[in-house]
Each structure stands twice: as structure tokens, then as C-alpha cells.
Design a protein around this ligand. Structure first.
Ligand code: SF4
Length: 477
């Protein structure tokens, strides 16, 4: 998927003015968001789970090289293949080459945000291979020739009326707004694809290092069919998805699923350790694990951003965010929207091209509060804003001009001195007696969407001193 992160402001405006999308998005708060709050408050040890999950993630990310080696050796000893891909292109080439070598014509896919990073479907099509998304939301988005809108609910922006029209136009179904009928139509279409498929491609929610196991969480069963029906299974997984042990998987399944959908446990949790064995009744003959970096090592190398790699991709921060719930997923212009996307996308695609994303936040902290592993998203957003202005760690990505930086430095030293502020306020008040507009100093472009504060005739300190309060209090000033 080509990054279009430069268009955030324009796309946001379009979404804000679209009443249909606003109505579709309004369901997020009462839906996923409320369900998460209920599930977490019903879990007696939720706080302990969060702390434990965060500690495990911190440990793994700090020892990523060792865990990746352990994972690799366990996958290979179970009969699987492992490929480390430095870039999205490298990962795509591996999958395409393998598909061509094996004569693959049809691929069934379960939801994978990483495959969007890789533009995998486009590449497969270029080589004459037909990819079919089998998650219902992804299937809708693929039919609409769009990209996912939300990490766990890719078609959240579409109403049932829109889906009904889409199905009628693209797959010739009768018009119906009955969700069960629409789902059943999609199931009928996809059933044949599962049977025809020569290759199944999935993402992965977790990679268990001690056993070489891939864990997949889903509610539709499509993930399990993608991994068990075609003769070849390829899993493409970001390198941050690794966890040490099966015991840790128990912790993370609870954290992920309750934060994502508010369910106690999802309908399917599939665990795959290598290809089928001679005694297995189903499963693929070949299992390939592609572990992808594609810029993640930049986050690993920056201690200020490293904790972004703890992300479980549960989507809770999106549902909690008052900005995401208004501007929607496509405004962010790349695979990962919402608060965590405003950190990940600029680092993976280029900070200066995504310079509006770190500012797409009111810094209210709802994202951090919702996060199952307590990722401090507001702190990282502020860090990226600072990098865009000061550029000490990313000097070539600076997007603030020389004059603005000098003006900001001047204002910063001015505002940190009580005396200087007092002096300037008095001077401004004096000037305002001759030129009253000075009392409302902000230009119309600034006040179009916010109120201009009016310069007080007397500073707070002057008002305080002139109050007839206890003499000792006044003396202190
Ligand atoms: S940052 Fe936290 S809340 Fe947001 S998707 Fe990742 S794990 Fe979920």
C-alpha cells in the first residue's frame, strides 16, 4: 500500500463532512470501546495482567535477537522454513517466488495488516496469481477496491446498505440488508476458493519462541481454513510479534482478545507448529514463516520509540481516541491508523512525509489508558513533534523552518520568565489603549475554529496583589 500520509488534513476534512461515515463510525464507542471496558473491569486481575504483559514485551524486545534465533531453530526442527525479510519488497519477493515455483494459481488470505504494508495482493496479481481475502471485513474492502479502515474491523466505515449494494454490483447477489444473508453470500463465494487454493497466507498474532508456534486469533474460522486446507501455508509476521513461552501466550490471549472485541475468548485460537506430520489428518505439506523487519529496527534502535514494538494490534487505542472516531482510518493514509498508527506510520514511511500524524491527537491520554500493555502513546507523540521541530535524532526529517524555530526558541525563553511575561503584558496593555485590536492578538486564520483569548487589562499577579487579602499572602508576592 503506497503511503499517502501527506494528505491527513485534507482527508480528515472530507471524512468530517461525510454524514454516512460519521454515522458508521459512531458505533465504535458503544460497540468495541464499551465491550473492552466491561471485559477488563470483569477481569479481576486485569491490572496485574497488564503489568505482566508489559514486562514480558519489554524483556523480549530487549532480547529480540536471542528469541528470534530460538524461534527459527524450533520452526526448522518442526519441518518449517524461515525467511528473515529486511524490507517489505524482500518479503513480497519471497512469497511471489515461492508461489511461482510451486505453480500456485489461487491464494486464500486471512487478515494481515503486514500484507498491506507489502502490497502483497497487487504483486500477486501482477504475476497472474489470484488472491482472495477471506475475513469478511477484508473481503468487503477487497471488493470495494479500498484499504482497511481499522486494525480489527477493516470495513467498519461501511453501512449494511452500502455492503448490500456492493455485493449486488460485484458478485450479483439480490439486494438485501439482512446481515446473516449477506454473510452467507460471502461464505458461498469463498467456500470454492478455499477448495481451489494452492496456497494459504496468514499473518500471526503471536510467535512462541520456545515451541516455534504461530498463534492466530479469529472469530470467523477463515484463518483455520487458510492454514489447514491449501497444501502450502505462508505466515508473514512482524518481528515484534514474538513471545517467549506458551505460558506467556495465555497472558497475551486474554489481554489481546478482551481489549480488541471485549470477548472473554475469541471463537478460534489456532496454533500451528510446522507443516502436517504423517499422522495428522489435515494441514499443509509446507509451512513457511516470513519474519519481517521493514523499518521496525528503527523503532528498536530508538529508546524513545522502542515501546511502540510492544503493540498487540488490538485496536483499543483507535476506539478510545476522539480524533480517530471522527477522522476515521483512511485519513491516516497508510496501513496503521489511530494513535499507534500516528507513531508507527511516520517511522516506517518517513517522518517528514507524515508530519501531521503526531499532531492528530488532543493528548487526552485515552489511548494509553485503553492500551492492554500500557504503551505511553502521548509521550511518543510529543517526542515525534519535538523531532519534527528540533530534529536532533532525525535531523533530515525536520519539517519546521529556520524562522519558526528561532521564533519558538524566543517564545520559549520569554514564557519561562515571569518578569519578561509581566513586562510584555504591561507593554501590550499600554499599546492596547491606543490600538484596541492588540487585545485580541490572534489572526482570523487562527480563530476560525477556536476562540481567541482576550488580553486581560490586568495580569493575574496584579489582580492578586490588589485583592484585599491577608497581608502576609500579598507580601510573598
Ligand atoms: S497501542 Fe496498545 S491499544 Fe493500541 S493497538 Fe497497540 S496494544 Fe492495542
Amino acid at each position: 500500500m503506497k503511503p499517502e500520509t501527506k494528505n491527513f488534513n485534507l482527508k480528515s476534512k472530507e471524512t468530517l463532512l461525510d454524514p454516512q461515515i460519521q454515522e458508521n463510525l459512531s458505533g465504535l464507542y458503544g460497540g468495541f470501546h464499551s465491550a473492552r471496558i466491561k471485559a477488563s473491569s470483569d477481569t479481576a486481575d486485569w491490572e496485574e495482567l497488564q503489568i505482566k504483559g508489559r514486562e514480558i514485551k519489554k524483556h523480549v524486545i530487549n532480547h529480540l535477537d536471542q528469541y528470534l534465533e530460538l524461534l527459527e531453530s524450533n520452526v526448522i526442527s518442526s519441518g518449517g522454513h524461515v525467511h528473515f525479510a529486511e524490507t517489505a519488497e524482500d518479503a513480497t519477493q519471497y512469497v511471489v517466488k515461492l508461489a511461482k515455483k510451486k505453480g500456485v494459481k489461487t491464494v486464500v488470505k486471512s487478515k494481515s495488516m503486514l500484507s498491506e504494508e507489502m502490497s502483497l495482493n497487487e504483486e500477486l496479481i501482477k504475476h497472474g496469481i489470484d488472491p482472495y481475502e477471506t475475513d469478511l471485513g477484508e473481503y468487503i474492502v477487497q471488493l470495494a477496491e479500498e484499504t482497511p479502515y481499522h486494525i480489527i474491523a477493516p470495513a467498519i466505515h461501511k453501512s449494511r446498505q452500502e455492503v448490500s449494494k456492493l455485493f449486488a454490483d460485484k458478485i450479483g447477489t439480490n439486494h438485501t440488508e439482512n446481515i446473516e444473508t449477506l454473510t452467507s453470500e460471502a461464505r458461498d463465494q469463498l467456500r470454492d476458493k478455499f477448495i481451489q487454493a494452492d496456497m494459504g497466507i496468514t499473518g500471526g498474532n503471536f510467535l512462541v519462541a520456545e515451541t516455534g508456534t504461530l498463534a492466530l486469533v479469529s472469530n470467523e474460522g477463515n484463518g483455520r481454513m487458510c492454514t489447514s486446507m491449501p497444501p502450502i501455508h505462508v505466515a508473514i509476521v512482524g518481528m515484534e510479534k514474538i513471545i517467549p513461552s506458551m505460558e506467556d501466550l495465555g497472558t497475551f490471549l486474554r489481554l489481546l482478545i478482551r481489549s480488541a472485541t471485549g470477548q472473554w475468548i475469541s471463537s478460534y485460537v489456532t496454533m500451528i507448529s510446522g507443516p502436517r506430520e504423517s499422522t495428522d489428518i489435515d494441514g499443509p505439506e509446507e509451512f513457511h514463516l516470513v519474519i519481517v523487519d521493514n523499518g521496525r529496527s528503527k523503532m528498536l534502535a530508538d529508546p524513545h520509540l522502542r515501546e511502540a514494538l510492544y503493540c498487540l494490534r488490538c485496536g483499543a487505542c483507535l476506539n478510545a481516541c476522539p480524533v480517530y472516531r471522527k477522522v476515521g482510518g483512511h485519513s491516516y493514509g497508510w496501513v496503521y491508523p489511530g494513535p499507534i498508527g500516528a507513531i508507527v506510520s511516520p517511522i516506517l514511511t518517513g517522518l517528514s512525509d507524515a508530519k501531521d500524524l503526531p499532531f492528530a491527537s488532543s493528548l487526552c491520554g485515552a489511548c494509553k489508558e485503553a492500551c492492554p500493555v500500557k504503551i505511553d502513546i502521548p509521550r511518543m507523540l510529543l517526542y515525534l513533534r519535538n523531532q519534527l521541530a528540533e530534529g536532533k535524532n532525525y535531523p533530515d526529517q525536520r519539517s519546521v523552518g529556520f524562522l519558526e524555530r528561532v521564533a519558538s526558541k524566543f517564545m520559549s525563553s520569554l514564557l519561562s520568565s515571569n518578569k519578561a511575561v509581566g513586562f510584555f503584558l504591561k507593554a501590550a496593555n499600554l499599546i492596547a489603549t491606543i490600538a484596541p485590536f492588540v487585545r485580541k492578538p490572534f489572526p482570523p486564520s487562527w480563530t476560525k475554529s477556536r476562540e481567541s483569548p482576550t488580553l486581560a487589562k490586568k495580569t493575574f499577579v496584579d489582580q492578586w496583589v490588589s485583592l484585599d487579602l491577608d497581608g502576609s499572602l500579598r507580601k510573598k508576592h
